[in-house]
Design a protein around this ligand. Sequence first.
Ligand code: NAD
Ligand code: RM4
Length: 267
Amino acid sequence: MSGGMSGGVSGDLDAGTCRTVLVTGAARGIGRATAARFGREGARVVVNFPPGEREYAEQTGALVREEGGTPLLVEADVADPAAVTEMAAIVHATWGPLDVLVNNAGICPFADFFDIDVELWDRVQHVNLRGAFLVTQAFTRAMVEAGRGGRVLSVSSISAWVGGSQQVHYCTTKAGISSLMKSLAIVLGPHGITCNAVLPGAIATDINKADWTDQAKVDYFRSRIPAGRMGEPADVAGVLWLLSQPESAYMNGSDVLVDGGMFVNLQ
Ligand code: NAD
Ligand code: RM4
């Protein structure tokens, strides 16, 4: 591990630092692709997964290893404060403070507004937003104390900027995550820890499998995307990797859209 200076920014990550990375919700989808992407760079990758998904997490761990990284599987429901505290204790005892935290865990149970009861509302808020708060607080304290800077990258969504008739509960969490990164950019920036949000557009994963059985909707999305295709998990993972690099040191509090151009293609 090398600490110290990079690009004149005290406490910022050095190029070549042996990175320790935590990806929440890394059992499947964008989280899995992100864990593998960091693995390709030889990183030590904490693969977080929720109860019931160990089998998927083991597949992610195998991928990280195949790519050349070192995985550490840690089960924790990110919405559960006790589980997050325990995860932090395990990671810190094993590898010490993180260099990069990727808040990725999220759920989107599509539902009509009038069908959203308070339990569903709370669960989506708790996994998506409270989870990002809890995990960031649990891990950045040690990053600050270590004094070598780092990155907090949170997977928000194009849904932070647009609404969804069946995503009333979900879109609010994504706007919240983008906002969380902006405030934490101010809190953690002086310590060389930058906080940015990545906003994927329409990415083919389990989260929208049911929604995309509506072929008309898929055709509509595709017609809006200048790239001519839906996104893949690797499209987002690649940008998360780019933002972990020393060259991104002056980006702090940004919303970074990764949608193949869908958002701007309105007229
Ligand atoms: P996915 O369903 O494939 O993955 C979700 C991941 O979150 C899974 O690995 C799951 O195990 C994990 N997870 C769920 N609840 C958890 C909990 N309580 N604790 C820990 N982990 C938990 O979907 P995805 O598309 O890969 O989603 C990843 C992130 O990307 C989410 O935050 C989602 O909102 C965001 N996103 C996805 C899209 C898209 O179109 N797929 C677009 C914008 C943003
Ligand atoms: C994203 C975006 C996608 C949707 C997923 C679940 O934020 O809204 O279109 O499929 O969430």
